[in-house]
Design a protein around this ligand. Structure first.
Ligand code: NAG
Ligand code: NAG
Ligand code: NAG
Length: 368
């Protein structure tokens, strides 16, 4: 018996385990197990020589709002186990707007789901909206139903098994479009909360830096600063020029940093990923003033479209129409995916005529 215990003791010391209080057992599959009587009444079996691996084939996932999304996470043991083990899985979420890096980030994470065996529990805004996929042994992928605009961020899948505790992080982004937005009352009208509300009114949210940056990569050049979700004020510049942050400065997203959320006023960068309905240019025999436009959509069984809806239709479904039309905020715009003569600049985009007086006649974009 003594001769058997010796190599185990050496292995324990090497792993800095509390050997003195452990009962040592010898199983026949060639691996050393320890039965730790750790005083909490639960006799948990720990391993020597077996390792828990937690992995995700995708470190970032991108989806549209309203869809069901799967964040992959799998675990396995190396070498493989002969008897199943009791593991606990916890999914945590760090929202994009929390804007934190480890270790601070871990302290600010919130629980999404905890699962042990067949029982599980979901938390907060995820209650009843999440489940584990369990399509195979070790599949702990998180399925989120009816993805919402503010579900973005970092999700961490943690597998706990006795002493071992491994985790993997998956980033969830929304495929969508960030767009500049300013008030009918003029430029630089919104404080932070006004900007938040303005985006919401257009079926959007304030954009994150990542979302604005993605738009900059796609060619957005906009010389007016706008609020972002984290409370910073920034603007994307492709062609450096004196009036937009300096001529010699490299292109990029320029930042004014954090601004006073109540006192300081700017435009907004909104983000939308919604493609639930359909946006269409109303086929109407005559041009319409704003009141007539609202009524014409209602007569067609729909509603006058919001700016966010028009952007989403342009970016996500390729809506292309060379007719300017009223939108619900009393702006006039049209979406172009295939630039051509007489339809604005040479790049694709949503063209904007600003906010004409409501008596001027145009077409209208409706949403259903
Ligand atoms: C998402 O999942 C729910 C429940 O499983 C299902 O009812 C719904 O149709 C799914 N939605 C989509 C867009 O696949
Ligand atoms: C628009 O409406 C007119 C008559 O109301 C119809 O003749 C025409 O085909 C319609 N055009 C489209 C593109 O639906
Ligand atoms: C739009 O035209 C209607 C008549 O068709 C008129 O009653 C209404 O006042 C006009 N609205 C605006 C905002 O000019």
């Amino acid at each position: 018996m003594l001769s058997l215990q010796r190599p185990l003791l050496a292995a324990c010391l090497y792993l800095l385990l509390p050997c003195s209080h452990s009962k040592i057992l010898w199983y026949t599959n060639g691996f050393h197990y320890q039965d730790l009587s750790n005083g909490n009444g639960k006799d948990e079996i720990y391993f020597n020589g077996i390792r828990l691996h937690v992995e995700s084939p995708q470190h970032s996932v991108s989806a549209t709002t309203g869809s069901n999304v799967t964040l992959p996470c799998h675990y396995h043991y190396e070498p493989e186990l002969t008897t199943p083990r009791r593991t606990r899985v916890r999914w945590f979420w760090l929202p994009t707007y929390a804007n934190a890096t480890p270790p601070e980030a871990f302290a600010r994470e919130s629980k999404v789901m905890v699962a042990m065996g067949n029982s599980h529990r979901s938390y907060g805004s995820f209650k009843g909206r999440v489940r584990l996929r369990r399509s195979a042994p070790g599949d702990m992928s998180l399925v989120i139903n009816e993805l919402q605009l503010d579900d973005t961020g970092r999700y961490r899948c943690e597998v706990i098994d006795g002493l071992e505790d491994e985790s993997v992080t998956v980033k969830l982004a929304l495929s969508g479009v960030a767009f500049p937005y300013y008030s009918r009352k003029g430029r630089y009208h919104f404080n932070f909360f006004g900007a938040q509300q303005a985006c919401q009114d257009q079926d959007a949210t304030l954009a994150t830096f990542e979302q604005l940056f993605a738009e900059w990569e796609d060619g957005l050049d906009w010389c007016n600063a706008g609020w972002l979700a984290d409370g910073t004020v920034q603007y994307p510049i492709r062609d450096s020029r004196a009036v937009c942050g300096g001529k010699g400065v490299a292109p990029g997203v320029r930042s004014y940093g954090y601004r006073h959320k109540i006192l300081h006023r700017f435009d907004a960068f909104c983000f939308t990923a919604s493609i639930k309905g359909t946006v269409y240019y109303l086929n109407h025999t005559t041009k319409l003033n704003f009141t007539e436009a609202v009524q014409a959509c209602a007569n067609d069984g729909s509603q006058i479209a919001k700016v966010g809806q028009l952007y989403a239709a342009w970016k996500l479904t390729g809506l292309d129409c060379c007719n300017a039309g009223w939108l619900s905020d009393r702006s006039v715009r049209y979406p172009i995916t295939n630039p051509r003569v007489n339809c604005g600049p040479t790049e694709p985009g949503v063209r904007c005529f600003g906010f004409p007086p409501p008596s001027v006649k145009f077409g209208v974009y409706c949403y259903r």
